[in-house]
Design a protein around this ligand. Structure first.
Ligand SMILES: O=C(O)CCC(=O)C(=O)O
Length: 288
């Protein structure tokens, strides 16, 4: 096995009853465009109306293989400086017994990986992906945050409904554009992305610390949920204000994905206090 002793963490989440089975029920499926070359001006307009844009083939099979190799290197401790692997809590005592291949299925997420593996850094500056983001933003994008949520078979848990902006210290009105890159077949069953079209136009929603930092379940507009299944190498572009989330993975299939979040390079960051004054519930007459 030969794993080095890089510093890792474990998910501490304790399930206290979970969520209602209909929270991620969808009313439509968006299969997306064929490839990045087919993104037209009309599609960019549609992105601005709906707050998201899926593309079935965004990176090549070779680039996809590189991303997976880079991630495995970090998961197995190939770069001892990287401390961003978070394993599923239930594997705390069994990690050392697992092979590299088995480790794929017990990682909850990788945090802040760009800069620790050349293949992953190359993904974050992929010219065609950045080209679409720049067309959406209307200016040069800069990387703000990056992680990979792997949602392993049977144990991959929910990412509750949220707006990404509620996590990012950036001024309200910043055009945050994210890319969700699928490493497997992401399906409605194994936890593909759900979005609620056009919710980015309704402004910030108060978030609560419940199963995560999230929109209250009762505030989710359930009758407009769209599922976005994607093949390996497909991607979803989405707005930092659009409501989105993913259910748990109760299947035997992997649902690994990488998330890269960009903001306009000219924008100055704000503080957590300023962010929470908008997205937090403190001082507001709201409950969840
Ligand atoms: O990959 C997932 O399951 C959720 C990712 C997500 O919602 C995000 O990055 O904002």
């Amino acid at each position: 096995m030969g794993h080095t002793n890089h510093k890792v963490s474990f998910d501490n989440y304790e399930n206290d009853g979970g969520y209602s089975p209909d929270l991620y029920e969808f009313h439509d499926i968006d299969e997306g465009l064929e490839n990045l070359e087919s993104v037209s001006g009309d599609h960019i307009d549609k992105y601005h109306q709906q707050g998201y844009l899926p593309v079935k083939r965004a990176i090549s099979p070779e680039e996809l293989a590189d991303v997976k190799t880079g991630m495995m290197r970090l998961i197995s401790g190939g770069n001892p400086d990287f401390n961003g692997v978070q394993f599923e809590g239930s594997y705390r005592d069994r990690l050392q017994e697992l092979s590299d291949e088995e480790r794929w299925d017990v990682v909850r997420k990788l945090q802040h990986f760009v800069g620790y593996d050349d293949r992953l850094s190359a993904l974050a500056s992929h010219p065609e992906l950045l080209g679409v983001i720049e067309r959406i933003m209307g200016e040069e994008p800069a990387l703000f945050a990056h992680q990979a949520i792997l949602k392993p078979p049977r144990v991959g848990r929910e990412k509750p409904w949220h707006q990404d902006h509620a996590y990012f210290n950036l001024p309200l009105g910043t055009e945050i554009v994210s890319v969700w890159l699928s490493l497997d077949h992401a399906t409605p069953e194994n936890g593909c992305m759900r979005v609620i079209p056009s919710t980015h136009q309704n402004g910030p929603v108060v978030h609560f610390k419940r199963r995560d930092w999230q929109i209250c379940d009762k505030d989710v507009v359930r009758d407009r949920v769209v599922a976005v299944p994607l093949p390996p190498g497909g991607c979803l572009f989405w707005s930092g204000m659009v409501h989105h989330g993913t259910p748990e993975n109760n299947t035997d299939n992997r649902r690994r994905a990488v998330q890269l979040h960009y903001y306009p390079a000219s924008v100055e960051k704000t503080t957590s206090e300023e962010r929470l004054a908008i997205f937090g519930s403190e001082g507001k007459d709201v409950s969840c």
